[in-house]
Design a binder for this molecule. Structure first.
Ligand code: 13P
Length: 317
């Protein structure tokens, strides 16, 4: 997603420094002018400059874009914090929740990089499609309406439409929560279930996402927008989505350990499931799909058994 954002910004006339932690990876990108590992076939336009030196990347910048998987976010930011000029606004495109602290990525960014305006971008936004210039619509949200509008206007192109939404908590949580339902949707596919099962899962998954979000202060309407149902559709139906693909393999009988050992792609739904399930239990929020997924992923419950239990459980009414 970091590379896709760099391509998007470069195409709309911005000077971009793309930073990555490992010098070997930057050398690979510089040699081929392509991120062959994650975005094969997408040439990196000339205005993108590459570095593994955070000072070189951040010096004189107007905006820092953070696209780091939530599990590595805090450690990575801590390592580069000294190089990030104070007060420069940040845009987070991260969709997850930090393990342990259960903080949203924007909260981790604020803790590690100090006070600065932060906007989050979410919605149906597969990096593979954005980088190829296929149409996408997303939403930005944050505490600074001026920054949201500036980012909206700077990022909007004939192929990329950006809305702004005052509900920063809802937009950021929507992006995290849909990953959990995305893994569950993949399990449905892997088990060979049909359209009825998947539609039921998405609808009840959205209800669960909305219940969790509103308990944390989000507006329920946000979950009916791009950052909620919009991203849920993309994630649950995508042939290449990481969360759906991981779930599909679980449904076909592989274990989480086997899958994680075989792919470098990070499926945010895995740590997010653990974190959201823990928070839901702490706060007394009913999240049966998330709880069933926790049992499948981390407690070796056979998926078919979890499905039967979900279908037959007592409902409160
Ligand atoms: P997936 O790769 O799981 O589909 O998640 C990417 C995403 O957030 C698309 O909006």
């Amino acid at each position: 997603m970091g590379t896709a954002m760099a391509v998007l910004l470069a195409r709309s006339g911005h000077e971009v420094w793309l930073w990555a932690r490992r010098p070997e990876f930057i050398a690979e990108l510089a040699g081929s002018r392509e991120n062959a590992r994650y975005l094969p076939g997408v040439p990196l336009p000339e205005p993108i400059r590459l570095t593994s030196d955070p000072e070189q990347a951040a010096r004189g910048s107007d905006l820092i874009v953070a696209a780091i998987p939530s599990s590595y976010l805090r450690a990575t930011l801590r390592a580069v914090a000294g190089a990030i000029p104070p007060g420069v606004p940040a845009l987070s495109v991260i969709k997850g929740i930090e393990q342990g602290s259960l903080l949203r990525p924007s909260q981790v960014i604020r803790e590690e990089l100090g006070p600065r305006p932060i906007t989050v971008l979410s919605g149906p936004s597969h990096a593979e499609e954005i980088a190829r210039g296929l149409p996408a619509s997303v939403v930005v949200a944050g505490e600074s309406p001026e920054l949201n509008v500036l980012i909206r206007d700077e990022l909007t192109t004939g192929r990329f439409r950006v809305y702004s939404n005052p509900d920063a908590v809802g937009v950021e949580l929507g992006g995290a929560l849909k990953n959990v339902i995305g893994v569950a949707a993949g399990i449905c596919d892997g088990l060979g279930f049909g359209d009825n099962a998947k539609a039921g899962l998405l609808t009840r998954g959205l209800a669960e996402m909305t219940r969790f979000g509103t308990a944390l202060g989000a507006s329920p309407a946000t979950f009916l927008g791009l950052a909620g149902v919009g991203d849920l559709i993309t994630t649950c139906f995508s042939p290449f989505g990481r969360n759906r693909a991981l779930g599909d393999r679980i449904g076909r009988g592989e274990t989480l350990e086997q899958i994680e050992a075989s792919t470098p792609k990070v499926a945010e739904g895995v740590p997010t499931c653990r974190g959201v399930d823990a928070m839901a239990r702490q706060l007394g929020i009913e999240m049966p799909i998330t709880a069933a997924l926790r049992e499948i992923l981390f407690e070796s419950k056979p998926p078919l058994e979890a499905v039967s239990e979900l279908m037959e459980r007592q409902t409160k009414d």
